[in-house]
Ligand binder design. Structure first.
Ligand code: 5AD
Length: 452
């Protein structure tokens, strides 16, 4: 059977989709190649959120065509995911070496399409149609990833699509309308993962807080999403629950209160704010004000002062004035984010903001990016420093990515801790004493590790 190599660009949802495609192909007898150089099939799972991400994947495909196709003409090359969805046939017109273009609702058809290509019944396949029920097709897992050991953490896709239509964002066009899976189906998948040794589950979707909005009635004041958290929380052997990405409008009292009520729901939240200026929040169609956002953070910290809070921020949105940007700086100072991912505004085709007046020059975006980054790093360092000398619980995930003779785990607040451990610690919840803080990394003192 052929071997396949999947390279993933973009977010955790894309990582998860790639894993599900890999699992699907392995089930059909494919092997996973260790690199593109030796693979019979190379698939690029793409991101469209910014132009740079698209250009990277296109450049990579040109490179594969020139380097790999030339020596091994039988190699199959394909695009999947968000850019495949939004560009479709265009990609083959532009890059004739591409054999396969699979949209975001067709991941589960990958094996069939490869079969067709290998059997010679089709030479090119483009499928970017919508498919009812496709949100439930991202289900299979490969739990040993690229490392030798077993996975301690897993991602579970709970919904697809987004109806928010933020004016800067391409996601509603690449991922489609919001569609949620059924709670029992998600719980069964989580239960199976826990049975295979998983201790921590991250529930994934483009806007997870809108989970079940259309089909699950609010019960005792609890949204469909909170009902899902409760159901997953029941699973014996599961230690931790996370989710990403939520929308601030989803932080009703039911969700805030869930942090107090559900001990497995860890004190960590990635809540994209995008801007600190009410004028821009409105132009972005975000659906909240600065004050409302600050109110949510305050409520969460009241429930748990140790809540780790991260965010996404866009700089250089059309019409952003120096004053708007300063409001973003002051919001970052006020919230004291543990970390923030900063994005320079990138006009996306067919989105309203791309046609707004006041598009800003690259230099302004760069300059604001640098100023905000400096502030975010300074505040982040302060948060990490606070851990030094303290004892904290980590879940050990495996070898450290940067230094594989060390092990790494994560605090409940989602901070990476590197320590001198061994394979036998994998999957354990343990207390470490933090001896040092580096750049967005903590170091645990191996002498004071207490096994639970
Ligand atoms: N330009 C820059 N950043 C963007 N994001 C989404 N669309 C754009 C865009 N057009 C950012 C947002 C989002 C994150 C995943 O990507 O901050 O939260």
């Amino acid at each position: 059977m052929p071997s396949v190599y999947i390279k993933t660009y973009g977010c955790q949802m894309n990582e998860r989709d790639s894993e599900a495609v890999a699992a699907q192909l392995v089930a059909k007898g494919y092997t996973l190649a260790s690199s593109e150089a030796v693979a019979d099939v190379v698939l690029l799972n793409t991101c469209s959120v910014r132009d740079a991400a698209e250009q990277k994947a296109i450049g990579k495909m040109q490179n594969l065509a020139a380097e790999i196709r030339r020596n091994r003409p039988e190699v199959v090359l394909g695009f999947m995911g968000c850019m495949a969805q939004s560009r479709g046939q265009q990609l083959i017109d532009q890059l004739p070496d591409v054999d396969l273009v699979i949209g975001t609702q067709k991941f589960h058809r990958t094996a069939d399409y490869l079969d067709d290509i290998f059997a010679g019944t089709r030479t090119k396949v483009v499928d970017v149609d919508e498919e009812q029920g496709s949100e439930a097709a991202i289900r299979e897992h490969i739990l040993n990833g690229n490392t030798a050991g077993k996975s301690v953490t897993a991602f579970v896709s709970i919904m697809q699509g987004c109806n928010q239509y933020c004016t800067f964002c391409i996601v509603p066009y690449t991922r489609g309308e919001e569609r949620s899976r059924a709670i029992p189906d998600i719980v069964a998948e989580c239960r199976e993962l826990v049975g295979r040794g998983v201790k921590e589950i991250t529930l994934l979707g483009q806007i997870v807080t809108s989970f079940g909005k259309r089909d699950i009635p609010v019960k005792d004041g609890r949204s469909g999403f909170v009902q899902l958290l409760e159901a997953v929380h029941e699973i014996d052997g599961l230690e931790r629950i996370r989710f990403t990405s939520p929308h601030p409008k989803g932080y009703g009292d039911d969700l805030v209160e869930a942090y107090a009520r559900l001990p497995k729901l860890v004190e960590s939240a990635h809540i994209p704010v995008q801007s600190g200026s009410d004028r821009l929040l409105k132009a972005m169609h975000r659906g909240y004000t600065r004050e409302r956002y600050l109110g949510i953070i305050e409520k969460l910290r009241r429930v748990n002062p140790g809540m780790g809070i991260t965010t996404d921020i866009i700089v250089g949105f059309p019409g952003e004035t120096e004053m708007d940007f300063e409001e973003t700086l002051s919001l970052a100072r006020e919230v004291e984010f543990d970390n923030a991912y900063i994005f320079k505004y990138s006009p996306r085709r067919d989105t309203p903001a791309a046609d707004l007046p006041g598009q800003l020059p690259q230099e302004v975006k760069e300059e604001r990016n640098a100023r905000l980054l400096e502030l975010v790093n300074e505040i982040g360092a302060h948060h990490y420093e606070k851990y030094v000398g303290r004892q904290t619980q980590i879940l050990v995930e495996g070898p450290s990515k940067r230094n594989s003779i060390r092990m790494m785990g994560r605090t409940r607040s989602n901070k990476i801790v590197v320590f001198d451990g061994s394979e036998r610690h994998r999957g354990q919840l343990m207390d470490v004493k933090i001896s040092r803080a580096g750049s967005f990394t903590l170091y645990g003192d191996p002498a004071i590790i207490n096994l639970e």
